[in-house]
Each structure stands twice: as C-alpha cells, then as structure tokens.
Ligand binder design. Sequence first.
Ligand SMILES: C[S@@+](CC[C@H](N)C(=O)[O-])C[C@H]1O[C@@H](n2cnc3c(N)ncnc32)[C@H](O)[C@@H]1O
Length: 308
Amino acid sequence: MQIQKEEQEQDMKSHAQILNHMCGIVDSVVLKCAVELNLFDVISNNKDSKPIALSSLATPPTLVSIKPNNLYRLLRYLVHMNLLTIHVQGNDETFSLTELSKLLLRDQKRSLVDWALAIIDETVIDGWHELSGCCTSPAGGPTPFERVHGKSVWELAGENAGMNQVINDAMVSDTILVMPVFVQCCDKLLNRITSMVDIGGGVGMTMSSIFMLHNWHDKECITILKKCKEVIPQDKGKEIILDIVTDQNEQDDDLTRAKMNLDIGMMVTSGGRERTENEWEVLLKLAGFSRHEIIPIMAVQSVIVAYP
Ligand SMILES: C[S@@+](CC[C@H](N)C(=O)[O-])C[C@H]1O[C@@H](n2cnc3c(N)ncnc32)[C@H](O)[C@@H]1O
C-alpha cells in the first residue's frame, strides 16, 4: 500500500499525540512518586535554597535509597512537567523548584500534597476502570466507584477512618488555597453578613453557607438548596456557593482542563457533576430562588450567590 508522504508525517504526529494521551497516567504517578519521596521538600531544603545536584540528592541524608539512574529519569520527567527547573553549567546539572512545585511542599499551610495523594489514592483509582461500564448502564445506576467497591465513597469513608482522613485532608488543602482569593474578591459581599452557617461538609473549613454542590446530582442539589432557602432570612438572606462554572474563563486552557478533569472525576467518584451557567440557573430556579449572580474569582471555582 502506497502511503503519501504528508499522510505519513501526519500519522507520526498523531502517533506521538495519542501516545501522550494514552500515557496521561504517567503524569499522575510521577507526581505521586515525587511527593511520596519528599523530592520537592528535599530540593527546597537544600542549603541556602540553592539548586541541588543529582549526586547530592542521591546521597545520605537526602534520598538515600533511590538509585541515581532512576532518580535522574524522574527528575527529567518532572522538568518536562514544569515541576522542576534544570540549570546546566558545563557538565553540571542542578535542579530547583518551580512556581508550581512550591505548592507541593508538605509542611506548609498552602499545599496541594493531600489533594494530590487523594486523587491518586489506590481505592479512588480503582473506580476509573469502570468508567465505560458506568456510561453504558442505565441512568441512576451505581457510580464507577460504587461498581467497584459496592458502596459510595461517603459510605466507605464512614466505615474507614483512613479513607475519611484522605478525603477530608484533600478538601482542606483545596479550601485553604481558594478561600483567601474568595475573601479578597468578595469582601463587600461578606462585610454585610451578620451570621453565617457552614453546611459544606468535610471538616468545616469553608466557613459560611458557602459550599460546593458538585458532589451531588441534580435531584439531591435541589433538595439541599430548597432546605437552605427555607432557613435563610427571606428579606436579606443569601446562599453563597463556591463551585465550578464550566463555561467561565474558557479562554484559559489550564483552567478549562482542570474543570473538565474535575467533572469526569465527579462522574467516577460521587456521581456529581460540574455545571454551566445555564445549568446553575435551572437548578437554582427549581430550588425556588428568585435570582442569582455569578461572580468570577481568580480560581477554578466561581462564587454563586442566590437570593430567596
Ligand atoms: C467539596 S467538599 C467540601 C469540603 C468543605 N467545604 C471543606 O472546606 O473542607 C464536599 C464535602 O461534602 C460532603 N459530601 C458530599 N457529598 C456527600 C454525600 N453524598 N454524603 C455525605 N457527605 C457528602 C463530604 O464531606 C465532602 O467532603
């Protein structure tokens, strides 16, 4: 069979792109591996915060037991992920953190380590293998997570303290990062509030009736929202929701990809979803709210304020 040169070139480009899609899991597991090895912390703790050489990284008391060759391959991949910077001087190569990996240090308040470990948790990952099975089974059936584990993620967390901790720690790490942005962008909204109730689940990190509804499917959301509407003062009360609006800031590729990732994640773990502006409008109307506004903030989530 004669294949045209242009077609050959296109196929080879597609080959590389499809390989990258197929191997998307490599990003996740290399990130998990780096966190488990405390790689980012070791690099950050180098004397005088200087970039560190492979030889120093692989020498006690740093990453004692890692084979230098394996470590080098991990470092090279992390550079490609923009989680490390490589500095080359002659034959010497040294490594330092990037803006991204500063959020992957363990012992600091603003850290996404617990979130990363939860996303790549073995029990959670099992569910992903059932995604197609879930998509082809009748609506209202078990989530992929339930198909594998026989119970919901919340039931499992209720029975298993370790799993509960993994989920709650992940929620806290995400909330701690987002809340300052929320408070800064919405200070006027918050200034006028005299009392607040946190109904957001987790361990109550999100202080207010500010919460996320993406864990629930529409019917449950409407029940929750209706209950909230009943108890807030009808004249000046408001429901403040911090959640994803998928069709906002669509020009930002990273943001849009993150929202899409979370949407599929919701499908797999909890049966929830991320919603468009339109879908939020329908949901809030069905719950009986008279009007609402969506306030974009510099975060993956937006602020949705609904009025009775
Ligand atoms: C997006 S997290 C918000 C966490 C919290 N606002 C914080 O700052 O840590 C949603 C939380 O709601 C709770 N939740 C969600 N869906 C639930 C369900 N179906 N049953 C029980 N709890 C649920 C869980 O505690 C979950 O961690």
